[in-house]
Ligand binder design. Sequence first.
Ligand SMILES: *Cc1c(COP(=O)(O)O)cnc(C)c1O
Length: 364
Amino acid sequence: MPRPILATIHTEALRHNLARVRSAAPDAKVWGVVKANAYGHGIERVFEGLRGADGFALLDLEEAQRVRALGWRGPILLLEGVFEARDLELCSRLNLWHVVHCSEQIDMLATHKTHQPHRVFLKMNSGMNRLGFAPQRFRAAWTRLNVLPQIDEISLMTHFSDADGPKGIAQQMQVFEEITRDLPGERSVGNSAASLRFGQDAAVRADWVRPGIAVYGSAPDYPEQDAGGWQLQPAMSLVSKIIGVQELAPGDSVGYGSSFTADAPARIGVVACGYADGYPRHCTTGTPVLVDGVRTRLVARVSMDMLTVDLTALPEAGLGSEVTLWGRAGSGALLSIDEIAAAAGTVGYELMCALAQRVPVVVD
Ligand SMILES: *Cc1c(COP(=O)(O)O)cnc(C)c1O
């Protein structure tokens, strides 16, 4: 028998979350963001749940080929654009739309031979200072692109640094609007956080939103708001089983470094899941976990292949009991990946993306 660990991708949850983003940003076209192998879920595995999107956004050419191989004929957007001139050939061949964020990418386009002009998204750096043209250089870039025969249509985009936090998007929105006011073309500004929090603003939802994390069922602004509060459902569950039980006397300790010591008689379940499966080693005693759908706590250090949970208050639980590390238990009980991420000092994004290769995955 294989190790009893299994990740499940929930098609219905993906569909629900996509609809949820649509209701938060009504009438916006939606890029389903499937970069990083669909945030660790697997592009092929999420495709059915997300095929209702208007397009797919990603940044790896190999991933774009995989989306086309699934039969998707609609828009695909390369979020970082091309990395070298010959990538443009694949863009022509697969009809990929691409971001243009620097003048070198315009140079490449200017010498590219294509029968089919490209649709591009010209990106402004409105304050995040990652990719994009500075506001004062944006219009010159637009003018340069606009005269190229290689270009079909120019859309305008920017990305927010603080859509999930107290600073918000107002400042970047103002810069973007001011510079692009009289430019033609579709716009795209909102990630998950902006779509959920500010999607009622017509300028934020025009014309394409780009939700990633929300469609996978994690709250972009946790703990300010949780996934349930946003009415999002987990798209991934990580479930294993108890493969050993230890009865502890007061003073007994557990695991590497003896970081947990029982102060009363305790029952400990050993779970077939460790950091080599993608469960964060930074989680320590107290991190929530579901055993047979009932909430209890992780105790002691997470090791490579195992972790330990407190069964003292769960006398029915034992060998073979279901353990939900995150997502949905068999009973329907939920444990948000955001809670586990917070316990590890990180975000749900990182945990999803870090699901290990060795974990078998099924789609339901
Ligand atoms: C990853 C990404 C998104 C999606 O962000 P979420 O926070 O996951 O919604 C949107 N736009 C760009 C440019 C991105 O790189």
